[in-house]
Structures are given as C-alpha cells and as structure tokens.
Design a protein around this ligand. Structure first.
Ligand SMILES: *Cc1c(COP(=O)(O)O)cnc(C)c1O
Length: 460
C-alpha cells in the first residue's frame, strides 16, 4: 500500500483483539537465570512463591516452553472496554520535523488509569479471583499502577490495599482519590501498619519513602493476611507476558497495512511495556526473520541498563523478595531528589536484561529537561499530553527522525506511547517555570548503590 493510504489511526476491530499473549521466554535461545531463594541461594521453586503470588501467575512465570499463551475470555472481555488501542501514524510530527522518516506510535493512554498498566492489572486480578482469593495488595509510586489495579479489583470484586510512596501520595492527592473511588484502601508508605514500614520509619524518620520500601510493606501484608496475594506491576516475566498484548496488536495492525518497522523504541522503568511492545517483533528477530533496531530508553539519573551491573539483586529495598539476576543499580539505590520524570526503579526486567546482555537490543539514556522539551513539542503537535515516562521514548524517536533528516533515510520508526500525563503537572510546572534541572550520578554515587548488592558467590 502506498503511504497516503495509511490512515492517521489504525484500529483493529474488536474481533481482532489478539487471543494469545506472546511468551518471549519460549523463544530465547539462552534463558535468563532463575530467581534465587535468598535464604538458601537455590533456585526458587513454585512453592517458594505460592504464599506471595497467585498460582496461575506463578505458572506463567515459570513457563519457558509455550510461545503463545491463551488470553482467557474473561480478560479479553475486559480488554474490549478499552482495546484495541490505536496505532497512530504521526503525520503531523513528521511534517513538523521535516523528516523523511515514517513515525508510528502505539497509544496505551486511552483508559481511565491512563497507561498500559491496566493490561496486566486485569489479568492478575482475574487470576486472583479465579483462585478464590478475597484480597490483593500492591505498592504504587507515581500512582498509575495503583489506579490500574484499583479498576481491575473493582471489576472482579476483590479488596485491594495499595501502599503508596509517601511523597507521591502527598504530591498527587488526586491520584489517591481516583484509587479510593474505585474502592481501594490507600496507605502512605512507609507506614506503621507493617514490620518493614516500622523498621524504615525508625531508621529514617521523616523519609518520603521509596518504591522498594512500599514493595516490602505490600509483600508483608500479603503473606500475613488470609486469602491475600501480592501483585506486581512490572519487572516479572508474567507481567511482561501480559503486556505482550501491546506488541501482538501492533504487529497485527502493521501487517494489515504491510508496514515493517526498522526501529522500535520504548521507555524502560521495570521493562514491562518495552518487553511487551517488542515481544513478537523480538521473537522474529531471534528467529532470524527481521533485523529491527530495538532501543530501550532510560533516564540519565536512573541508568540501570547503561550503567548498572548484571547481578543478582533483591527486587525491593527491605531485601525480602527473591533475588533476580538483572541489570541493577543496587536495591539501596535512591534516585536524585530532582528527578521528576518517572522510571525510577533500581532494577530491570530479567527478560529485558537478558536480551540486552545477549546483544539483541541497545539502550540509551536521556536527561529530563530534554525529555520535557520533547513532551511539550509532542503535546503541541500531536495533541496528546504525554506521561513523562512515555516522553523518554518520544525524545529518542524525535532524535532518530532528525537523524533521518540528515542522512535522507526514510526509516520506519515505531515507539510506545505508554500513557498520558494529566497527574504529572508538578513535573510539568517545574519545566514550565524553568526550574527543572538535570542530574547525572557520578560513579561514586552509583557505587553506593552497588555496595548494597547481595554479597553472594553468584555475584563474584
Ligand atoms: C509505569 C509506567 C512506565 C514504566 O513501566 P515499565 O514497567 O517499564 O513499562 C512507563 N510509562 C508509563 C505511563 C507508566 O505508567
């Protein structure tokens, strides 16, 4: 098909919503290392994880054989309320940049939670309900994950407790109210409701909390409460699996119009949206069917892939979770206080880490003022007010399109627009006031985080 026939928005029909998630683990020639039980340093068994996670999620976490995993009809029915999400041809942006590149973005912000996180939230809530559980717990940083899970828990009639990082709950009271409107109980973390919280409060009185600390509280709540499990919004393989709905839909939409991406760009926090967007395309690359340039984008202030160590580390700061081998800045890493742009997790999905380690993708960092410049440009040209996280991908997509302008190459660039930024106005205000600064940690700063890596033989 010729260029002019490609619409601004490519929508699939409801019927064309994919029926399967794509399991990258099945296609990876070298599988990533297993989780370790921190007490025994032996690979985690399914039974080790049962007190924490839902049974079906554990099965998916360990599945390294089935390339396609059926999406249950109950989950597909929920997906129908806000999917398929549009694949947009950024004609206006292309024109404004004067680039010969063709730019596409997959927009995941078209639901009330405002991000891709609902894709896994609904799956995990469904599996909890199916198992007959009464309640679930989780943590939330900026609030997108907590909101998504609140929607999913309300739909399936589950009680939900959300531990929200204290600074966020103070900065984003409206996020908290959205969650409460959907029926969630929201507790500012660290709190005095858990052992982990009390310990951190004693050690660091007045702390604004951190994601790692909130995870510790939520996990503790899950294992000490009857008929309750913990759900995580990123990092783990089953979350990346659920997010593959993004890549499956994108691939179907592109094939419909004979579009082949040369480059796929996504922002990387815990790695779930990126892993999900690239999933089926990366599978094809591993099988030798394409040579797409995959680019993960992270903030210069929290550079897990580009400057982290590939090591076993805890997923939380209280060191109660299993150990995952991943690119990490150390579970004791704290992003700089001036960091406003999201994507502040110390580690990275083991799948994305392994793909990076094995050379199937590359990673780049961007500084936050440059990210907000791109966000502002995108909002003014394409109309959507992007989330700061998503804007990391926008920045690199724009830079790559401008490079095409120099070289005259008409590359096809696809990026993931993971969400909208309506609740990020404090960060936008900083940018608009000219008060936003950049911070790149020194090697000495990073060393403090690395010093928190577990001192175990596997890390020697
Ligand atoms: C949470 C979030 C991210 C980052 O999380 P990943 O697990 O890396 O996908 C990116 N964009 C938005 C809008 C988010 O809410």
């Amino acid at each position: 098909m010729s260029k002019t026939q490609i619409p601004y928005k490519i929508y699939l029909s409801e019927n064309e919503i994919p029926r399967h998630w794509y399991n990258l683990n099945a296609v990876m020639p070298v599988k990533h290392d297993p989780f370790l039980n921190p007490a025994t340093l032996k690979p985690c068994t399914k039974d080790d994880l049962r007190p924490v996670f839902c049974d079906d999620c554990i099965e998916q976490e360990f599945n390294r054989t089935d390339l396609y995993i059926d999406i249950p009809e109950e989950i597909r029915d929920f997906y129908k309320m806000y999917r398929p999400s549009p694949l947009v041809r950024a004609y206006c942006l292309e024109k404004a940049l004067g680039t010969p590149a063709k730019i596409y973005y997959k927009f995941e912000g078209n639901n009330t939670s405002g991000s891709h996180k609902l894709n896994s939230a609904v799956a995990q809530a469904y599996y909890a309900k199916k198992q007959g559980l009464k309640s679930i717990t989780t943590e939330t940083g900026a609030g997108q994950w907590g909101t998504a899970l609140s929607m999913a828990a309300a739909y399936f009639g589950l009680d939900l407790t959300v531990y929200m990082v204290k600074v966020s709950s103070e900065q984003k009271p409206h996020r908290r109210e959205v969650m409460r409107t959907y029926g969630a109980k929201v507790i500012a973390s660290p709190s005095d409701t858990t052992e982990a919280g009390r310990k951190i409060l004693k050690e660091f009185p007045g702390t604004g909390g951190s994601l790692g600390c909130a995870i510790s509280e939520a996990v503790e709540k899950a294992v000490t409460t009857d008929s309750c499990r913990y759900v995580l919004g990123s990092v783990l393989d089953h979350v990346v699996l659920h997010q593959s709905i993004i890549g499956q839909e994108t691939k179907a939409a592109m094939e419909k119009y004979g579009i082949q991406p040369d480059m796929i760009i996504g922002c990387c926090g815990g790695g779930s949206n990126f892993g999900g967007l690239i999933g089926p395309f990366m599978g094809d690359k591993i099988m030798g069917k394409n040579n797409i340039d995959f680019i993960g984008v992270e903030p210069a202030s929290c550079p897990s892939l580009t400057r982290g160590k590939y090591a076993y580390d805890f997923c939380d700061s209280a060191k109660i979770t299993p150990l995952a081998r991943m690119y990490t800045l150390g579970c004791g890493f704290m992003p700089a206080p001036n960091h406003a742009g999201g994507l502040r997790y110390h580690g990275m999905s083991p799948i994305v880490s392994a793909l990076y380690h094995q050379g199937y993708m590359r990673a780049v960092t961007v500084e936050q003022t440059k990210v907000f410049e791109a966000a502002e440009k995108f909002a003014r040209i394409e109309g959507i007010l992007p989330a700061p996280e998503s804007s990391h991908a926008i920045r690199v997509a724009i830079d790559e399109a401008l490079r095409c302008k120099e070289t005259g190459e008409a590359k096809t660039i696809l990026f993931g627009l993971t969400g909208t930024g309506y609740f990020d106005m404090t960060a936008y205000k900083q940018y608009n006031d000219g008060a936003m600064t950049d911070y790149i940690p020194t090697d000495a700063d990073l060393q403090k985080g690395f010093d928190s890596l577990p001192d175990i033989p596997q890390n020697k």
